[in-house]
Design a binder for this molecule. Structure first.
Ligand code: ATP
Length: 525
């Protein structure tokens, strides 16, 4: 017990204090029971004369946040003698303690995707109420207690701030002058922490991005490894390291979504509203592409991926070895980015450790022939089976030399899409269609990637009704196409309507169109 907790009385304003749940710089949190009603809460207790009286500020934000999913209810608050208290919903463990207790070097990808989806949604809600959190960190996100154990709650609004002025209803102004830092050392954005900028919505989102990357990085982000800086000099060193860390270095070996999110946050303008739902979708798709069930529920301990169709051990190992060998043979000249990102040798070692740990339950079958030998037969850990197969097909499309080969590849594409529980066209599927389109068109013409194009306002507005109509037309007309160029336009239309606005799932008509495409490619040979 600290000196402060010894002084805290057992009873504060009809709340019996029980065990301590946690404590921070400015106070402690106890489980507490109401003496008359028996209501159990978490009581956040702080001395009224504390130099950092966060309870005073925090209680002001609760009314605006009540009723939101993952927002704790404030049951009572006030000052009793020396003590300022907030009685809020009793919640479960923080993500910080779950992560530490797991004893693993990194958190599993499904959990990280769920954390991403849920915390981005919490932010969207807070921001919609005109409030910035400003202290996003693992200790400030907790799971609920049953029946809400799958919901992640945001807590600790002691550093929160209204970014919409209550009187003018305008966004707070930016300022060139440097400000004192408010936030946390680990995840506060580079702009706010290292450059003294005024925080806005983009900075909350950047903090999430850094937190997610931290969870997937063995031993965490480099500047978190020496603990809280104790001197100004140590703090300066930390800030420098954080400022100089490039997204591509921080996210090496991780699925692209993490680097893209970090870059996205950093290019947002001060007043710009982030596209929260876009990122929720991105992480949902990422989880689905790994064979995890389509659900935002945070499940702890994490479930295993849904089993994909088992592949012959030998052929799986051979395929993987070939891709890794191809990567190894690539001549990247001065630009070593790909070799850096994939970090094959390290990935192989890591994957082997993972395989040994989960050897009996692992869903992707990996040859055991190489057990004990150090040859490269295992893919990097963050490549989903679906994404991996689609990426391989895309490479083959780009090097196909005739229509028969393209037709075979379209059939394989159909097989991959149908063998997966999710028929959602993920990024790697769009890359396949892009490559196919390019092959059918004049290959010298630069094609804007379909996925990028599908974010255009015009295609965002494509309704699912319109999509069904277009795909049905494509299915009917594909057999009449007279040239590869006409097929290219059809592939392009198919990619365009299979976008976020209208849904990325390949429908029955969509598969019929692809089968017709494979047939017509042969017919035009
Ligand atoms: N409602 C709650 N139910 C259960 N545990 C909680 C609750 N609120 C907080 N805790 C626990 O107490 C810890 C500290 O809570 P909180 O961050 O709100 O306090 P703080 O004094 O503001 O901390 P800091 O100074 O670190 O920001 C949390 O990490 C969590 O483990």
């Amino acid at each position: 017990m600290t000196a402060e907790t010894e002084e805290i009385p057992h009873l504060i304003a009809n709340w019996w204090l029980q065990e301590r749940l946690g404590s921070g710089y400015s106070g402690s949190i106890f489980k507490a029971v109401h003496v008359h009603t028996g209501k159990v809460v978490a009581l956040k207790v702080q001395r009224v004369d504390h130099e950092c009286p966060t309870n005073k500020y925090e209680r002001g934000f609760y009314p605006s946040l009540q009723g939101g999913v993952g927002m704790p209810t404030l049951w009572a608050s006030g000052v009793e003698g020396m003590w300022d208290y907030l009685a809020i919903d009793l919640l479960g463990a923080s993500l910080d303690s779950l992560y530490k207790k797991s004893g693993k070097e990194t958190m599993d990808l499904r959990s990280v995707c769920c954390i991403a989806m849920q915390i981005i949604s919490r932010l969207e809600f807070m921001h919609s109420r005109g409030i910035l959190h400003r202290d996003i960190q693992l200790g400030n996100a907790t799971v609920g207690l049953p029946p809400n154990a799958n919901i992640i709650y945001m807590i600790d609004f002691g550093f929160s701030k209204r970014y919409i002025d209550a009187y003018t209803h305008r966004h707070i102004p930016d300022s060139k002058g440097k400000r004192d830092f408010i936030g946390n050392y680990w995840f506060s954005s580079v702009g706010v922490h290292c450059r003294g900028k005024v925080p806005s919505r983009r900075d909350d989102l950047e903090a999430i991005a850094l937190m997610l990357i931290h969870l997937l990085t063995p031993r965490g982000l480099s500047w978190t490894r020496n603990g809280v800086p104790k001197t100004d000099a140590a703090h300066e060193i930390l800030k420098r390291e954080k400022r100089l860390a490039r997204p591509e270095d921080l996210c090496r070996g991780l699925p692209n979504e993490f680097e893209e999110l970090l870059r996205y946050c950093r290019q947002l303008k001060f007043q710009e509203c982030p596209d929260y739902q876009h990122w929720v979708e991105e992480f949902r798709e990422l989880a689905e592409s790994y064979g995890f069930p389509s659900s935002d529920d945070f499940i702890w301990p994490p479930p295993k991926p849904v089993s994909t169709k088992p592949k012959s051990k030998v052929s799986a190992a051979d395929d993987l070895a070939k891709v890794l060998n191809d990567l190894g043979r690539m001549n990247l000249g001065d630009n070593q980015t790909l070799a850096d990102r994939t970090n094959v040798a390290q990935a192989v070692r890591q994957a082997k450790q993972d395989v040994r740990r989960d050897s009996d339950k692992h869903t992707v079958t990996i040859s055991s022939d190489s057990e004990g030998q150090d040859n490269d037969t295992v893919p990097p850990p963050f490549v989903s089976p679906k994404a991996y197969k689609l990426a391989k097909l895309t490479v083959k499309v780009s090097s196909a030399t005739d229509n028969v080969a393209l037709s075979e590849l379209v059939l394989e594409f159909i097989k991959v899409m149908q063998s997966n529980t999710s028929r959602t066209l993920i990024k790697d599927g769009f890359a396949f269609l892009d490559a196919l389109n390019k092959q059918l068109e004049d290959p010298s013409v630069f094609i804007v990637p379909m996925r990028t194009r599908s974010k255009d306002v015009s295609s965002q507005n494509e309704t699912s009704h319109a999509k069904l109509g277009v795909v049905a037309r494509l299915r009917r007309e594909v057999g009449n196409a007279k040239s590869n160029r006409q097929l290219a336009i059809m592939v392009q239309d198919f990619g365009r309507v299979t976008n976020r606005g209208s849904g990325r799932t390949i429908t029955k008509d969509g598969f019929s169109f692809l089968e017709g495409l494979a047939r017509q490619l042969r017919a035009l040979q």
